[in-house]
Design a protein around this ligand. Sequence first.
Ligand SMILES: [Zn+2]
Ligand SMILES: [Zn+2]
Length: 160
Amino acid sequence: MKTPAADIDPGILERFESFIKEKGLRRTGQRDVIVAAAFSTDSHFTAEDLWEMARKIDPSTSRATLYRTLSLLTESGLLQEIDLGRDQKYYDPNFVEHPNHNHLICLDCGTVIEFSDENMAVIEDCVTRRLGFSSVRKDIRIEARCEEFRTSGHCKRGKK
Ligand SMILES: [Zn+2]
Ligand SMILES: [Zn+2]
């Protein structure tokens, strides 16, 4: 039988493994299932979404392990907590590959578009240096109207 670890990007697995080792923890089958689920998608997800994805791999995944593993993943920087302007917290698995991306969000349908722009990085650098800081993390969210919203006043797409 294939283990969940077989589906995880080896780079991610390596970083996760060395992070939890430093904390005196070990990889377990349950943790691997959650890591595999978290990086099986390019979409942003809530803890609840992740639980459903994990349970598709292993129906016995417990909520307790889910929350513990989720905080290990965010602490290690593999997963980033992002604010999409909604009631729930969202997690973003795409920062590992695209560390400088930002989010453009349609105010009506909730469609989230990831983008990166070199000018943003320049501005971030200028502002932080000018104020004597050095940037560690940024999370830029632009709330906007998508084309459909602009032209027809609403959009039919579902929230993502
Ligand atoms: Zn993102
Ligand atoms: Zn829209």
